[in-house]
Each structure stands twice: as structure tokens, then as C-alpha cells.
Design a binder for this molecule. Structure first.
Ligand code: 13P
Length: 252
């Protein structure tokens, strides 16, 4: 049963093989294995193998930024759960707002990815978040509930511990300024209540982590909020010093 805090690095479509190597070397030399924090790196797909070879035995885990729901077959450009497990991944990130926006991923596709991943043994970080327009029209909770219900449809209670919910308000991603602690708190409390009502007999509910312009200045405030079980970091996770500082501040 895992209630450790989680720090998840999403490098998106950035870096190159040399920069990836230097970044992972730096992280390995600065970060000592922590009992109370899970650290996960999600490099771009072509570098999964390189990162896996470097982090073996370190306690740091590997994630993809996407996955496809079929095992194998005529699905050009896609990668299956089986292949990710074979590459050393223990996690898949599913439903990031950038994939919903640019790759037109629907909640139905996301749901298939979630089900396929957890049934075959991958842990999942399912990203949900409201757009600026939805927030302006006071539709934040409605939008989050919809993404949760449709994304988690058919998930059995025994597999629930394999899932983490990443709350990422779309309007703050990459903006340099995180959502306010009040906004983060109220959405995390809402997600927690929704999960309780969706899975009333689950022994352990998904951890809920926050993402969106997390940095070394705001991490302490964010990570000590009730119902915030960790953070999902984009830009700041590609700077070794900043990323390690964030992890250490979550440990405290
Ligand atoms: P930033 O930390 O760059 O805002 O990115 C957040 C994010 O999208 C992580 O998945």
C-alpha cells in the first residue's frame, strides 16, 4: 500500500540523447534514494532505453508519456503496454492535456489506455484539468468530474491503487505561475470526494498530485497542502538542481 509522496518529471518533447544523459547523471549523483518519496522520470519515447539503463537499481522509476491499448498489430506509430514493460517502464502517463488538445485524445481513448495499462501491470498517472474558458465559466468541477468518470469507467476497485490522478489546470501549465493554494486545495478535495463516491469500498484510493508551473519557490507551500500527494513537474524537471531541490523539499 503506497501513500508515499510522488514527484513525477515530464520532460515532454524536449532534450536530446546527450542532454538526457547529463541530466540523469546529475540527478543520480545528487539524489539519494528516499523512503518517503517516489521519483518517476518520463523522458521522450526514444530515450526510454537509455534512461532505463542508467537508473537501474537507483529506486527511480521510468514512465512513458503515452501508451496504446492494443498488444501489437497494425497500429503504425503506437507503442503497447507490453513494449513499455519490456523497455523497463513501470508507469504510463495518460490523458495529458497536450495530448487531448493536439492529438485529439478523447476520454474514451484515454479510458481504453487506462484499462489496458492497469490490467497488464503498468501504474498510471491519469491527467485531468480544466481550460481557462471552463474556469471562467465556473465549469471546473463539472469538467474534472467528467474526465474522472469517463477516464476511470470500468476500473475495478482492486486495481485502483495502481492509479494516480494528476490535476493540471491547463491555464497554468508552462505559464511560470502555479494555481493558488486555495484553488489547488479545493480541486484536490473535490477529486478526493469524487473518488470516494466512485470507489466506495476501495481500501486505498488514488494519490492526487498537482502539476502546473511547480518550481523551487512554490513547492513547499504546495506539497504541504492536505490532499496533495505530490507534484507533476514540466519545465523545472529538466534542470537538475531545480528538480533535486523540489524532491528534497517534498521529502521535508
Ligand atoms: P510545467 O511545470 O512546465 O508547467 O508543466 C506541467 C506539466 O504539464 C507536467 O505534466
Amino acid at each position: 500500500m503506497n501513500k508515499n509522496k510522488l514527484v513525477f518529471a515530464n520532460w515532454k518533447m524536449n532534450l536530446n540523447s546527450n542532454k538526457v544523459r547529463l541530466l540523469v547523471e546529475g540527478i543520480l549523483s545528487k539524489l539519494k534514494p528516499q523512503d518517503s518519496v517516489d521519483v518517476v522520470l518520463a523522458p521522450p519515447l526514444p530515450y526510454l532505453g537509455n534512461v532505463n539503463a542508467m537508473i537501474l537499481g537507483s529506486g527511480i522509476e521510468l514512465s512513458s508519456q503515452n501508451v496504446f491499448w492494443e498488444n501489437d498489430g497494425p497500429y503504425t506509430g503506437e507503442v503497447s503496454v507490453k513494449m513499455l514493460l519490456d523497455m523497463g517502464c513501470s508507469w504510463a502517463m495518460i490523458g495529458h492535456s497536450e495530448r487531448r488538445q493536439y492529438l485529439l485524445e478523447t476520454n474514451e481513448m484515454i479510458n481504453k489506455k487506462v484499462l489496458s495499462s492497469i490490467k497488464k501491470g503498468l501504474k498510471v498517472i491519469l491527467c485531468v484539468g480544466e481550460s481557462f474558458e471552463q474556469r471562467r465559466r465556473k465549469k471546473t468541477f463539472e469538467s474534472i468530474a467528467d474526465q474522472l468518470y469517463r477516464g476511470l469507467r470500468g476500473v475495478s476497485e482492486d486495481l485502483i491503487p495502481q492509479i494516480v490522478i494528476g490535476y493540471e489546470p491547463i491555464w497554468v501549465i508552462g505559464s511560470g505561475e502555479a494555481a493558488s493554494v486555495n484553488d489547488i486545495s479545493s480541486v484536490h478535495n473535490f477529486i478526493s470526494d469524487e473518488l470516494k463516491s466512485m470507489f466506495p469500498s476501495a481500501k486505498l484510493l488514488p494519490r492526487i498530485v498537482y502539476g502546473g508551473s511547480v518550481n523551487t519557490d512554490n513547492i513547499s507551500q504546495i506539497s504541504k497542502l492536505h490532499n496533495v500527494d505530490g507534484v507533476l513537474v514540466g519545465n523545472a524537471s529538466m534542470d537538475c538542481d531545480k528538480f533535486c531541490d523540489i524532491v528534497m523539499k517534498v521529502v521535508k
